[in-house]
Design a protein around this ligand. Structure first.
Ligand code: ZN
Length: 81
């Protein structure tokens, strides 16, 4: 799910407020873009995967040089829908 302009701006402000580094840990580039929000599949627990189990929407921040992807919780960042 793509972020709308308002939530994209709030995410970028939150990243700055938290002091998130702007240099890519893989290549050192400082050119990033905000990607879509993704939800990882539920984690298997015990004897199988729990349908409807915990899954946290994640905002993607993608290095435009090497494609390294960082993920941030949309709940923690205050941009969850
Ligand atoms: Zn990179």
């Amino acid at each position: 799910m793509p972020l709308d302009d308002e939530r994209r701006a709030r995410l970028e402000s939150w990243l700055q407020e938290k002091g998130v580094r702007r240099d890519c840990i893989a290549c050192g580039s400082e050119t990033w873009r905000v990607g879509d929000v993704v939800a990882p599949p539920p984690t298997p627990s015990g004897g199988g995967t729990v349908v409807g189990g915990p899954s946290f929407p994640l905002a993607q921040i993608i290095c435009e040089h090497c494609g390294f992807v960082m993920h941030f919780s949309t709940v923690t960042a205050g941009i969850a829908t």
